[in-house]
Design a protein around this ligand. Sequence first.
Ligand SMILES: O=P(O)(O)OC[C@H]1O[C@H](O[C@H]2O[C@H](CO)[C@@H](O)[C@H](O)[C@H]2O)[C@H](O)[C@@H](O)[C@@H]1O
Length: 370
Amino acid sequence: MTKQSVVVPEVAVPMPPNSAPLLPYPPPRAAPGVAVRKKYLQAQLDLGAGLPLINGWVESMRASSPTHAKAAAALAAAGAVDDERAAWMVRHPSALSKFEQIVAASKGKKIVMFLDYDGTLSPIVDDPDSAFMSDTMRRAVRSVAKHFPTAIVSGRCRDKVFEFVKLAELYYAGSHGMDIKGPAKASRHNKAKAKGVLFQPASEFLPMIEQVHDSLIERTKCIPGAKVENNKFCVSVHFRCVDEKSWSTLADIVKAELKDYPKLKLTQGRMVFEIRPTIKWDKGKALEFLLESLGFADCTNVLPVYIGDDRTDEDAFKVLRKRGQGIGILVSKYPKDTNASYSLQEPAEVMEFLLRLVEWERLSRARPKW
Ligand SMILES: O=P(O)(O)OC[C@H]1O[C@H](O[C@H]2O[C@H](CO)[C@@H](O)[C@H](O)[C@H]2O)[C@H](O)[C@@H](O)[C@@H]1O
């Protein structure tokens, strides 16, 4: 495979050793700084920072005592965050400002679009059951799917994400890619082979996941605000609405539950613990599987574009880097180590990017080919 189709911004992006967020550690402490520290902690957890932070940072926040000097340090750290962000934007420029560069890379290639759901197509909200997508976003995704094969790749249960998106012409990969299904409705991209696709590499884990889900519902009842979500091949335990004093207790409950299940592993997303089978399957593998199903297995004339906001999306960004092919776009307002090349700040920018892509494709079709 040629490496020519890899798309990176003009400035080389170093491969990060891991996906730890970049906000300063430890967070600033103290009086006026308490709000700042709280914001950092929230941002870190929202970015899906690792489990040790839950135990370490919560304790350090509690231990902080207000002093004048510490408040000054907090404000200085806030300035450092701005510098950090500017430097990060150079390495991961906005996909909107580099739009021409991105579409130039697609010359002679078929764009295949991969979209994460929460935090990418819908804004993050407190109640996971109310993470609705706007009608305007739905129209944008529908238009994109008219021009390019399009897949939704989500940590959610496939049926649930379909209920939100409601577009039958798309591919859906639910449960972090462990539940893949082709479009229910024909479109000009659906080859018969791809349309019939259904792949569930973790089916043997279904009973185990059910058990863990039921047990965690019981065990977390004592923690107000905790929410356990059954995502079919994985379980999410949300702590967004849990008082921070109880975060460690909740983490301990989840870890204790997993002691009985060595074939399950624990990862962390945006204010959520994710329990998943230990199989080597993730959003990156799902992306490769879908490209293959679409007939682009070893092709150089394809340009996968993946847009996502969460740590689990990093698996897909990594695959694009490894293939030397495609465009990874991270949705984030904060600097964060990522394998994506470009960034967008929030779902509203994702929509703008999708609409621009549709318009560009429409115009390039209309353009005479001499
Ligand atoms: O892969 P995704 O589509 O991004 O799904 C990842 C998780 O998204 C949902 O949780 C997140 O969004 C919620 C609604 O905005 C928010 O309340 C929560 O704090 C976020 O973590 C979903 O509920 C999870 O099951 C998914 O695993």
